[in-house]
Design a protein around this ligand. Sequence first.
Ligand code: PHE
Length: 357
Amino acid sequence: MTDRIQQIREEAEQAITTATDTQTLENVRIHYLGRKAELPNLLRTVAELPASERAATGKAANEARKALEAAIEQRAQHLAAVELEQRLERDRVDITLPPDPRHDPGRLHLITETRRELEDVFIGLGFNVAEGPEVETVYYNFDALNHAPTHPSRLMTDTFYVAPADDIFDPNARLLRVHTSPVQVRAMEHQPPPLYIIMPGRTYRPDNDATHTPQFHQIEGLAVDTDITLADLQGTLLAFARAIFGEEREVRLRPHFFPFTEPSVEVDVSCFNCTGGLTAHGLRCPLCKGEGWIEILGAGMVDPNVFAYVREYGYDPEEIQGFAFGMGIERIAMLKHGVPDLRMLYDNDVRFLEQFG
Ligand code: PHE
């Protein structure tokens, strides 16, 4: 009987060393030490053996079982380590690669992107950024900006008044600002000259078509100092136009009217889609409509009447001059990126939005 045990032991040891993966090793274990295996069976029946054989057989079988268990355990640890090593080698993950499927971290909205681009340009020119409230008073939105009582944009049809606005001539009546210009007055009340600021923000008008939405964005600019001329305005706007629309751009000032600037101008930039109104194929340029120039903003020298409203804050119209300008952020974005309809900026269609930012 001990011979048979020795035979099983040798056979099993052989199988253990030749097992090259944990699954095969497990099969070896079941085959030699499992419930139906010969050796454990033998151990269970030792008691039934003749007394002379009992001790020797029991001892040999027990030793064999312990030896095999130890050998299996040792081999299992070895194989597990090898397999882990192989798995690590095979499944090496490059954590610097982008996730798959791609996880889109999102992007800036075109309006935000354009606002920041504009801010960067003017900050580079020495301007600071200031902000003011979107719910304004008639005083800041109209009166202190030298709007005559008869000015048409004061009408209910042109301005969103905040209820109750029984008297739209009450300086304290509330409205949604129609432009960012009221921030000019607030900024001057806040700080004496010299002042070089830009004022971005939301503005509101009861319009709705391909080039107007009831809510839109403007960036206002204001420079006040003791020696500001129209040439400074022109130079500043030229630098801005070239930074945004390309180094070859020129600007042109046309006479216009705003209640709060005198003289007032509308500013055009030379078309960046054609030369002199004609495309490379000799066709009328669709962007500037063959004009060669595109209107981009309103501007002018600050009207002394506006300074008179803030004289007590250090703005003596006899001592200082200033220029101001205001532009629509959506308009700049549309021109620059060829967006055909302003409302696309507010449709929240990602197929459009994900092209920017
Ligand atoms: N506030 C004017 C508008 O909304 C633009 C402007 C700003 C014009 C500053 C002159 C100076 O049309």
